[in-house]
Write a protein that binds this ligand. Structure first.
Ligand SMILES: [Zn+2]
Length: 240
């Protein structure tokens, strides 16, 4: 596995080496849904009189992963928790918008790579949102939902162990099994589409609040078995 990182060659005033790495923390830009670059954030953080950008990676809206602070250095992204964590900034305001598909996939791939190299378990205790460590709305409700419902870690587990199971849209760790999860109308198989669309339109399926670009739920969290049952129920007229 190799993740493509775009080098930015930023200048830092002073950095110190981190000796423990046992957690990955996700952040967003917040405030405005902008495609902030590592260079831009570097300037903002230098204006705070920090050594430079506080995050180790920045994931742009097109999925490009830019180098921030060198990975070996103690970051400046999660107050009181910097000595043992790596910080990933995903550009955008995820209280308002949803991360792009490429941001989600490349974030999962980067998380898989980091966790594999440091021996960090890929689960929701070790891959967390900033707001799980302290009182902040970062990384926004829509990105936090992708963490909470296991989509980021599910995909990261797939990237770390591609031979295990291929998630369709999301995937969930159940025991040591990775199961397929269908989260949006666009990922549901054709034979189940009309049934799921009907259930969403009637408010029978709502998801947890994350919406796709069409305004439909993006975190339905449906298994293959659930789809089969819904279709049979639909044929029996239960949703008419
Ligand atoms: Zn943050």
């Amino acid at each position: 596995m190799s993740v493509k990182i775009v080098e930015t060659n930023l200048d830092f005033t002073s950095l110190s080496e981190r000796s423990i790495t046992n957690m990955v923390v996700l952040h967003h830009t917040g405030g405005n849904d902008i495609d902030a670059s590592a260079e831009q954030i570097h300037e903002w953080h230098k204006n705070n009189e920090w050594a430079g950008i506080g995050y180790h990676y920045v994931i742009r809206k097109d999925g490009t992963i830019e180098r921030g602070r060198p990975e070996w250095a103690i970051g400046s992204h999660a107050y009181g928790e910097n000595s043992h964590t790596i910080g990933i900034h995903i550009s955008g305001d995820f209280d308002a918008a949803v991360p792009t598909k490429k941001q989600i996939e490349n974030c999962a791939e980067l998380v898989a790579d980091i966790c594999t190299r440091y021996g960090i378990p890929i689960d929701t205790d070790h891959v967390v949102g900033h707001g799980e460590l302290m009182a902040t709305s970062c990384p926004g409700t829509n990105l936090q939902a992708l963490l909470d419902n296991g989509i980021i870690t599910g995909k990261a587990n797939y990237y770390a162990n591609p031979s295990e199971a291929k998630p369709v849209d999301g995937a969930k760790q159940e025991g040591n099994r990775l199961t397929e999860r269908f989260n949006s109308l666009s990922s549901v198989p054709e034979w189940a589409y009309d049934t799921v669309k009907k259930m969403v339109d009637k408010g029978l399926l709502t998801g947890g609040g994350l919406k796709d670009a069409g305004g439909y739920p993006a975190d339905l969290d449906l298994s293959m078995d659930m789809l089969r049952i819904f279709v049979v129920n639909d044929r029996a007229g239960l949703y008419d």
